[in-house]
Design a protein around this ligand. Structure first.
Ligand code: DGL
Length: 238
């Protein structure tokens, strides 16, 4: 019987997504697959990334998951369409930069921080053209190396990269920053140290709501009153 929620990312980033989903659905059981071995995803070609992602999907399906959460903006923006074609019966929930949230809330000067892979994706340009209103500026900021510095807990490199990428925005009247990579919520404080007046926006709550909605719609919610289990697998240990 398929009864678990499968979640994956290129390491610790998706743990921020997992946390949000578990808050909403504590009685579900989870398998979190941290693919640290292949981090960073954001600097891989489409073909290379799809092969990696497909292997993980197959592993999660062998473990009888009922839904797969792609807790990674890069893998979502570059692979989700192909995954849905290749696995038409599987429920997938993706994670996308929360550009819609920034635009709907009326922010006028928004930075979208994301991996080079996400920034180069067609999907991000679709999100902008669907949601951006007149007078809203959106600055796309590819943050090469940042997800990997977070993954490897190299705090010196994190600070150096953040200054390199964000210092130039100090004088602009930026009012929001979309955290378009699930690794970035881990460094919220460091971003706010450089840009103290911005609202940080991540898409994790939206992902959690979508998982709940799809499980309810497909009658797949776990009815047990007990707190569910969590299994974490790291590809470095396989
Ligand atoms: N955490 C991922 C994302 O949301 C990917 C980071 C990476 O491996 O480059 O984009």
């Amino acid at each position: 019987m398929r009864n678990k929620i499968g979640i994956f990312d290129s390491g610790i980033g998706g743990l921020t997504t997992l946390e949000e989903i578990r808050k909403l659905l504590p009685n579900e059981s989870y398998i979190y697959y941290a693919d640290s071995k292949h981090n960073p995803y954001g600097e891989k070609s489409d073909e290379e990334l799809y092969k990696i992602v497909k292997d993980i999907v197959n592993k999660l399906l062998e473990k009888k998951v009922k839904i797969i959460v792609i807790a990674c903006n890069t893998a979502t923006t570059r692979c989700i369409e192909k995954l849905r074609n290749d696995y038409p019966k599987i429920l997938f929930v993706g994670t996308e930069p929360a550009i819609k949230v920034a635009c709907d809330n009326g922010y006028n000067n928004t930075i979208v921080m994301a991996t080079p892979g996400t920034i180069a994706s067609e999907r991000i340009h679709d999100l902008i053209s669907k949601n951006q209103r007149e007078n809203q500026n959106i600055y796309l900021l590819p943050c090469e190396g940042l997800a990997n510095a977070i993954e490897t807990n190299d705090l010196k490199r994190v600070s150096k990269l953040l200054h390199e990428y964000l210092d130039g925005y100090k004088e602009k009247s930026v009012d929001s920053v979309v955290l378009g990579c699930t690794h970035y919520p881990h460094i919220k404080k460091k971003i706010l140290n450089i840009l103290p007046n911005v609202k940080l926006i991540d898409g994790n709550i939206g992902v959690a709501n979508r998982v709940k909605y799809l499980l309810e719609k497909n009658k797949l919610i776990n009815k047990s009153k007990k707190t569910g289990t969590l299994e974490i697998i790291n590809s470095n240990n396989e």
